[in-house]
Design a protein around this ligand. Structure first.
Ligand SMILES: CC(=O)N[C@H]1[C@@H](OP(=O)(O)OP(=O)(O)OC[C@H]2O[C@@H](n3ccc(=O)[nH]c3=O)[C@H](O)[C@@H]2O)O[C@H](CO)[C@@H](O)[C@@H]1O
Ligand SMILES: C=C(OP(=O)(O)O)C(=O)O
Length: 421
């Protein structure tokens, strides 16, 4: 038996949807909390399975964890230096943030390889190089890393690529290192700033986040604090795309519009009408044909790779050939054959797709091969004729807080049930 999300397409969406806290910030904020010597309370936590997996890992570390709706309280006062080798590590990518956090706290960590979406190879060599530069010795055996240091000593670290994960992970270790660490060619994603803000409230000394040079002055003690997570720009972007594809008038609330400038420009270029009103964006349904656009994924503030897949579905409704180039994950195109099963016409080339539009879409049984492929298929199901059944929904549940409920509130026809595989 397997769970599916079933969508009966063709219903126009109207109303208001509220965006949850950012997954990619949350999954780093929770491991960051273990660096503290007192309780850390985080608000705006999305209800996603990545958070549940992190809570399991916190309990394995003997942290006290309370989750109450959108609030999590992590109390590491009585935590212990335990190995993280259970299956929960493989449930998400971000379990690797315990590497930096536990290395910072205990100067030692034993942890399995992380999981997360397969988007082609996802090495962690830059994280490891950073830890080594800080003084850690690393061994790898049976899918498990052991990182150990007598002391962490601040140093200069240049990242060959502005990796989100490596920037955060090195920051997590460096806040407890002796002396000054400088991360050059650091990533600038808003989630990194959010993590630095929490660490700063805990007593860390960090400067330059949001630029490509981050300077961290190590401290001995970090204290408990309180933090509210920024809104999820990828969930917000997904709902803007959904509204553009299937909406009449949809208001997407709790957005930081500056975080979405690249997507907003591209949607406007396609002919979608939108108004930014404070922290909300009102999207008006499409009238007539959508215009063809080209997109190229880039590090922030460029076009986000995580929105490439859902936007591809909208491109199937544009009149002509749209070119989509991936520069972050050159194999991130597994959604394309799934969309083809629904009537799309997409050609794949090295690191790019060419979407031949416009093509009407029809319901089919399709597979969410990864989280944002799942989002692309949800967009497709909402505009397809007939019923779309999406399998492997656990990928979608890793990163979208109550997506069915939010869409039903807007007027979508969605159910979940089990099917025989
Ligand atoms: C939990 C989380 O925040 N996930 C996000 C994070 O993933 P993640 O942190 O894994 O992404 P990175 O920014 O690290 O990866 C970007 C590129 O660098 C490469 N790389 C990365 C690290 C490394 O040590 N060596 C290396 O070669 C990766 O294979 C990839 O090609 O940023 C990605 C890029 O915005 C997003 O798609 C993910 O949603
Ligand atoms: C790739 C993603 O997540 P992760 O890095 O957690 O696998 C994503 O959020 O699109």
């Amino acid at each position: 038996m397997a769970e599916v999300i079933a969508i009966d397409g063709g219903y126009k969406l109207n109303g208001t949807v509220r965006i949850s806290g950012a997954k990619n910030a949350t999954v780093a904020l929770i491991p960051a909390a273990v660096l503290s010597e007192g309780p850390v309370e985080i608000l705006g936590v999305p209800e996603i399975s990545d958070v549940a997996a992190l809570a399991t890992l916190l309990k394995e570390l003997k942290c006290d964890v309370e989750i109450d709706g959108e609030r999590i309280k992590v109390d590491p006062t009585h935590m212990e230096d335990m190995p993280l080798t259970s299956d929960a590590v493989n449930k998400l990518r971000a379990s690797y943030y315990f590497m930096g956090a536990l290395l910072g706290k205990y100067k030692r960590v034993k942890i399995k390889m992380p999981g997360g979406c397969y988007l082609g190879p996802r090495p962690i060599d830059l994280h490891l190089k950073g830890f080594e530069a800080l003084g850690a010795k690393i061994t790898y055996e049976d899918d498990t890393y052991l990182l150990e240091a007598d002391e962490l000593i601040g140093t200069s670290i240049y990242l060959d690529f502005a990796s989100v994960g490596a920037t955060i992970n090195i920051m997590l270790a460096a806040v407890k290192a002796q002396g000054k660490t400088i991360i050059e060619n650091a990533a600038k994603e808003p989630e990194i700033i959010d993590v630095a803000n929490l660490l700063t409230k805990m007593g860390a000394k960090i400067r330059g986040v949001g630029t490509d040079t981050i300077t961290i002055e190590g401290v001995e003690h970090l204290n408990g604090t309180f933090h509210e997570i920024i809104p999820d720009r990828i969930e917000a972007g997904t709902f803007l795309i959904i509204a553009a594809a299937a909406g009449e008038k949809v208001i997407v609330q709790n957005i930081i519009p500056q975080h979405l400038e690249a997507l907003i420009s591209k949607l406007k270029e396609m002919g979608i009408k939108m108004d930014v009103v404070g922290d909300s964006i009102v999207v008006y349904g499409r009238e007539g044909d959508l215009k063809v656009i080209n997109i190229k994924t880039q590090i922030y503030p460029g076009f986000a790779t995580d929105l490439q897949q859902p936007l591809t579905t909208l491109l199937t409704q544009a009149n002509g050939d749209s070119h989509v180039e991936e520069t972050i994950y050159i194999e991130r195109f597994k959604h394309c054959p799934q969309l083809d099963k629904m009537g799309a016409n997409i050609d794949l080339e090295e690191a790019q797709s060419i979407v031949h539009g416009s093509t009407p879409l029809h319901g089919a049984r399709v597979e969410a091969t990864d989280l944002r492929c799942g989002a692309a298929l949800v967009v497709a199901g909402l505009i397809a004729q007939g019923r779309t059944e999406i399998t492997n929904v656990y990928h979608i549940d890793r990163g979208y807080d109550n997506i069915d409920h939010k869409l039903i509130t807007l007027g979508a026809h969605i159910t979940r049930y089990n099917i025989d595989e």
